[in-house]
Design a protein around this ligand. Structure first.
Ligand SMILES: Cc1ncc(COP(=O)(O)O)c(C=O)c1O
Length: 401
């Protein structure tokens, strides 16, 4: 069955990929951008860039209005109670570092932070380093064989010493949704904060972080069909009020003297320095573009791609998929073949997939695997991408075996 993508024509990169003989299957690393996003960024710079909030001139007012309009759009997209709950960051990694520094003063030696065994380094290292700075214990929640946090173990490991639980909504390695509702309940029963890394989850469907039970939710624009260097930290009002500022400079300060200063509350108090205005405008355009598409058609298309990908992988001897993916993403290991050799052979044939540990080194150690080949598709992917991938995979397997 062919699965054409009705959205592909909106993404200029695919014409360039066709000319270059590239099959792009690395969307979980970063997504291509629709023309509407490219046009919005060009229009902003072509009409005159300006800094936000500080300038009184017309370009400055225009830039401020456009930037703040994106904050409103993101708030609407996430179902936030107010756009004051939306903090612009440079991405998921910065959002999680902001939280680890911003909440640091609440922790005392012996407190515990719980993460899962599948976390991306971005949702591991900021907590690990905070644990070292404050003499805390980092507790790692184990997984079920299918690749979800094991709730039986979690209910034993999340206890009275737990002050914060930080979990990925959707694994970037295993493609599995995590049981956020149950984990949120376990965290909140102990009065601990519940942080959700939405870097992958935000891309598939529309999620209201409050309904997920999150206190904080972070994501990056570039995986959501928007530019790099823009991200979002959402927090409800009480959660944001618990944060101390972590980066200091212009924009975030209310009153400064040589020896002391007072800072704005969120969101401004967490947006030090000149923000990425053009990238924010690109994020707004991506949300407008996504809002104009039919969500259930996107879901249906991505699920059909998921089924086709899994069926193709299952049909090949010696090809093992890690976990049980629930989206069009698979991490694959081929017995007897090194993943670097495989990805090299695929790269030679124009297949853009990702090989390695996908920024989740401890997970691979736990799984006892050196790495995997990750194939990840987006709403613009179609069945021709998969056909080209499987043809190239068969060639590579024949040569390497
Ligand atoms: C689950 C997850 N968390 C965090 C990140 C980090 O995102 P960024 O590099 O955009 O900050 C990624 C990126 O791949 C991810 O997949």
């Amino acid at each position: 069955m062919t699965l054409p993508s009705p959205w592909r024509a909106d993404f200029p990169a695919f014409s360039a990929f066709d000319e270059d003989g590239i099959t792009y299957l690395d969307t979980a690393a970063t997504a291509q951008k629709p023309k509407a996003v490219l046009d919005a960024i060009t229009a902003y710079y072509a009409r005159g860039a300006a800094n936000v909030h500080r300038a009184q001139h017309r370009p400055g007012e225009r830039a401020t209005q456009a930037y703040e309009a994106v904050r409103d759009k993101v708030g609407h997209w996430l179902g936030a109670s107010s756009s004051k709950e939306i903090v612009f960051t440079r991405g998921t990694t910065e959002g999680l570092n902001l939280l680890a520094y911003g909440l640091e003063h609440h922790f005392k030696p012996g407190d515990e932070i719980a993460i899962s065994a599948l976390e991306h380094h971005a949702n591991l290292l900021p907590w690990q380093q905070l644990a070292k700075r404050r003499d805390l214990k980092l507790v790692v929640l184990p997984l079920t064989p299918s690749g979800q946090v094991d709730l039986n173990s979690a209910s034993e490991l999340i206890g009275p010493c737990t002050r914060l639980v930080a979990i990925s909504q959707l694994s970037n390695v295993l493609g599995t949704w995590q049981p956020l509702a149950e984990l949120s309940r376990l965290a909140h029963d102990q009065d601990a904060w519940f942080v959700v890394d939405g870097a992958q989850g935000v891309v598939h469907g529309r999620h209201n972080p409050k309904d997920l039970g999150a206190d904080f939710y972070v994501f990056s624009g570039h995986k959501l069909y928007a530019p790099e260097a823009i991200g979002i930290l959402w927090g409800h009002a009480d959660a944001l009020a618990a944060l101390a500022p972590w980066q200091f400079g212009g924009e975030m300060v209310r009153n400064a003297d040589y020896q002391q200063a007072e800072f704005h509350a969120a969101p401004m108090g967490f947006e030090a320095g000149t923000p990425p205005v053009g990238a924010a405008i690109g994020l707004g355009a991506a949300l407008d573009w996504l809002s104009a598409q039919d969500e259930s058609s996107i879901f249906g298309h991505e699920q059909a791609l998921c089924v086709k990908l899994q069926a193709g992988l299952a049909a090949r001897d010696g090809v093992r998929v890690l976990g049980e993916p629930q989206i069009a993403l698979a991490s694959v290991v081929v017995d007897g073949i090194h993943v670097a050799d495989l990805s090299h052979m695929l790269g030679e044939q124009g297949i853009a997939v990702r090989a390695g540990n996908h920024c989740a080194m401890p997970l691979f150690k736990r799984l006892g695997e050196a790495g995997s080949l990750r194939i990840s598709l987006g709403l613009y992917s179609d069945s021709t991408d998969l056909e080209r991938f499987f043809m190239a995979l068969d060639n590579a397997l024949e040569l390497l075996r």
